[in-house]
Write a protein that binds this ligand. Structure first.
Ligand code: PDD
Length: 279
């Protein structure tokens, strides 16, 4: 596998990252996950914009994002992925320097890494819908930054796997925020309800795409936090994300959502979303 590492394309086995890397020591960095179909990236501009914002918010500069975008695009042909569904994982850390909490000397180069792999769409789950569990949101107060600090997400997602569920949905102060690696939409009486974009959740690119489809399809949208206590009355529920797509949720913990099958609004959005993907 050919990966991009600090300005060069190299074999993945030849990458070596210092144990002093601040990503390793502190989780001091940010990441992105992008998706492509037959060489065409889905909303690449939005991913680059979000990455730029994440870097700015953690005060990490010195990365040429236009060059990085070109490198990410090249990863597909270099790995024989330009005629397939692919995903790219990209990570930038504050570089390697002797451990201290404050920023390293300004001469420290950021560590930049990106790899492409096949993206197998979860077609069967899209069809049947999935189960989710609810978990207290114990994350920090800057969930809008796509930072490497995902320990609460890891623990919650592991709990989901152990409960035979696809995803863990976080609840903070009684309100649904998002999933461990996805965003969440609920449907009440035909209206799609989404948590407004605040510091409590990631500005998900799939969420943005689906909410604009709602506007195109005349599906009413309310950007308001959903109380977890109201979830049993939701007609439909879905989780969204770059690797998740538009995923119907048919079960929460041990109870069924709606009639226990993917609902009509979810189906409509799923179809429109998949039709809008790059050809
Ligand atoms: N996760 N919320 C969280 C906490 C996420 O980690 C993600 C994506 C999303 C959905 O965002 P988007 O639609 O931009 O992919 C929401 C990526 C895919 C991951 O960690 O693998």
């Amino acid at each position: 596998m050919t990966v991009y590492f600090n300005g060069e394309f190299v074999d993945k086995d030849d990458v070596s990252i210092s144990p002093d890397d601040r990503g390793f020591v502190f989780g001091d960095g940010v990441y992105e996950v992008m998706r492509a179909d037959r060489g065409q990236f889905f909303r690449m501009d939005a991913h680059v914009r979000r990455l730029r914002r994440s870097l700015r918010e953690i005060r990490l500069d010195g990365v040429d994002l236009e060059a990085l975008r070109g490198a990410v695009e090249q990863l597909l042909p270099r790995n024989g992925l330009d005629d397939r569904r692919a995903k790219v994982y990209l990570q930038i850390t504050r570089g390697a320097a002797p451990r201290r909490h404050a920023f390293p000397p300004p001469s420290t180069e950021p560590t930049v890494y990106a790899r492409a792999s096949v993206n197998e769409p979860p077609t069967e789950k899209w069809e049947q819908g999935v189960k989710v569990i609810l978990r207290p949101d114990q994350r920090w107060a800057r969930c809008d930054i796509k930072s490497l600090n995902y320990l609460p997400n890891v623990l919650a997602n592991q709990a989901a796997m152990e409960a035979d569920a696809y995803e863990a949905v976080f609840v903070r102060e009684g309100f649904v925020t998002e999933g461990s690696h996805s965003s969440v939409l609920a449907v009440f009486d035909g209206t799609v309800c989404a948590h407004p974009l605040t510091n409590r959740l990631l500005p998900s690119i799939t969420r943005d795409a689906v909410l604009s489809l709602c506007r195109d399809l005349d599906i009413p949208v309310e950007e308001t936090p959903v109380p977890a206590a109201d979830l049993p009355e939701a007609d439909e529920l879905m989780v969204l994300g770059t690797t998740t797509g538009v995923m119907p949720v048919v079960q929460v913990e041990d109870w069924a959502v709606g009639d226990g099958t993917p609902g009509a609004v979810t189906r409509e959005l799923q179809a429109a979303f998949h039709a809008s993907e790059p050809a």
